[in-house]
Write a protein that binds this ligand. Structure first.
Ligand code: ACM
Length: 524
């Protein structure tokens, strides 16, 4: 890019190039931080030390003295309306970041890192390399407060270290929610102390179907297993919290639960439970609606709430087809006893029981848009994935919604029409389509549009068996998502983004991110 436009992703709201020479980082530079910004100052010092081997000193304003060169974090004046906003000023004399909250300071710091050459993201800098940043003045704040990515750890398990790297990358893009899909028919991945069979049995499957379809090429014969211990979860939550990423756990119900029922058949509907599934697609296995099953779910959610401090908790709710409820006499009797019309109303009743429990514990329920069917729970937040209709209906109801629509932000889809892409679930969500996505549905009034709290990308992992493939499917589409979620509605166009992306990919190279090179746009 031209020097007047540093290659920042996402593009800040206001960025002005100043006259004057660049800031040059030296070993004498001091990081000056008000105590509320200490963690961000430490993360910055650690990054700069990894790249330069200089252990830069961190000082409070009182301790700093007349340092010649400083990167300073200052609390912003109280009139700041967006807690995630920041300002950043770089001159030859130093760097000043102001923010009214630690999150704002963290985002100012991410922008500063992108002003340095991409090599600042390396583990080691060549001795002849100088870290300079252009003189600029930036004012910036996010458009949406929910800027998320969902990763499915049920279909394939990713080691904690891979997830830390992933969360770090999300935070560099100023994304702030990691939605963690921990439960599905093909694996239960979260340790629950009161129900050890959930992981002893539910986290293991015999093999995985090859190719598309349910039995086209048979199974691969390779067992899949793995789960996250509660200690590992606490470690990941702490890691994400320092980077201003909230972790949203998803515990599916009443469908997508064959792994749970394989472990505890008494909570299901068949005399003999099916094993943890080795095939993809929608399954019939549901929880039954007996009091013992709700007691089990509340026990599970109690442990989940103790692990995850985020005020939101996701209970799934998608694709719960109803044949097992239709055929089960006890379930039919319960529908009549409760005065409900059908199985859809029973699902709605089911979700309301769970919502009441979460509300009692100060948590907010999130579900996929099927939770609208049969009546929406009062305070539920809806993830609109089958298009945008779920969000439109929720917003008109006065419920919050998050835009997750297939295909725009389904990153398990293909990224191009090129035929030698690795096998995917299907569809096509190329980079320019992601970047061009506008999350606010046109049919909403401005009052209703206030209920659209954000946007989120989805990575279902049926065809994403390794962390490397997860990076390939995520990047650079997550970079485009970051612009949709962060930038004002009138954001720079795709050509502008792509120019900046060329530099940005070098930042990802320095971190060994195995992204897909978007070569088909090079000529544009
Ligand atoms: C979904 O893609 N089943 C939410």
């Amino acid at each position: 890019m031209s020097p007047s436009h540093p290659s920042l992703v996402p593009q800040p709201s206001h960025c002005k190039r100043l006259d004057g020479t660049d800031f040059v980082l030296t070993a004498e530079c001091i990081i000056v931080a008000d105590p509320i910004f200490k963690i961000t100052a430490q993360l910055l010092a650690a990054r700069l030390c990894a790249a330069t081997s200089w252990p830069l000193r961190i000082a409070t304003p009182g301790e700093a003295g007349e340092a010649i060169s400083r990167i300073e974090f200052q609390p912003a004046k109280a009139d700041s309306t967006n807690p995630e906003a920041y300002t950043l000023k770089v001159t030859a004399a130093g760097v000043l970041i102001t923010a009214s909250s630690p999150a704002g300071a963290f985002y100012g710091c991410q922008t500063l890192l992108q002003l340095f050459p991409p090599a600042v993201f390396s583990q080691a800098l060549r001795p002849d390399f100088v870290l300079t940043a252009p003189s600029v003045e930036i004012e910036d704040a996010p458009r949406f407060r929910w800027r998320g990515v969902m990763v499915d750890s049920s279909r394939f398990y990713q080691p904690i270290e891979a997830l830390k790297k992933y969360i770090d990358l999300l935070s560099q893009h100023k994304l702030n929610v990691f939605h963690w899909h921990l439960v599905d028919d093909q694996g239960w991945r979260l340790e629950i102390k009161k129900y050890p069979r959930l992981t002893a049995i539910g986290s293991k499957r015999r093999e995985t179907i090859r190719g598309h379809g349910t039995n086209a090429f048979g199974g691969d014969g390779v067992p899949v297993e793995g789960f996250y211990t509660q200690d590992e979860v606490r470690e990941l939550v702490a890691y994400a919290t320092e980077r201003h990423v909230q972790i949203l756990p998803e515990i599916e119900m009443p469908g997508h639960v064959q792994s749970a029922i394989a472990a505890y058949p008494e909570y299901g509907l068949l005399p003999e439970a099916k094993p943890v599934s080795c095939i993809w697609g929608i399954h019939e296995t549901l929880y039954n609606v007996k009091p013992e099953t709700f007691a089990f779910l509340k026990d599970v959610l109690t442990e989940v709430m103790a692990l995850f401090p985020f005020e939101y908790l996701h209970i799934g709710g998608d694709e719960a087809i109803k044949p097992q409820w239709e055929k089960d006499p006890a379930t039919q009797a319960r529908i009549r006893e409760l005065g409900l019309k059908d199985e859809h109303e029973l699902q709605s009743w089911f979700i309301r029981q769970i919502e009441a429990f979460l509300t009692q514990h100060g948590r907010k329920l999130v579900g996929w848009d099927e939770i609208l069917e049969g009546g929406l729970a009062k305070s539920a937040t809806v993830m609109s994935w089958r298009g945008i209709e779920g969000a439109v209906e929720s917003a008109k109801h006065g419920n919050d919604a998050i835009m997750c629509p297939n295909p725009f932000v389904y990153f398990d889809h293909y990224q191009s029409e090129i035929t030698n892409e690795p096998l995917c679930i299907g569809g096509n969500s190329p980079l320019d389509k992601v970047h061009g996505y506008e999350p606010i549905p046109a049919e909403l009034t401005s009052e209703q549009a206030r209920h659209i709290i954000g946007v989120q990308g989805q990575l279902w992992t049926e065809y994403i068996p390794t962390p490397g493939r997860l990076e390939y499917m995520s990047f650079p589409r997550v970079c485009a998502l970051a612009e949709v979620a962060w930038c004002p509605r009138e954001r720079p166009d795709f050509a502008h983004f792509f120019q900046r992306l060329r530099t940005h990919l070098r930042r990802l190279d320095c971190q060994d991110v195995r992204y897909r090179a978007p070569l088909e746009y090079l000529s544009s």
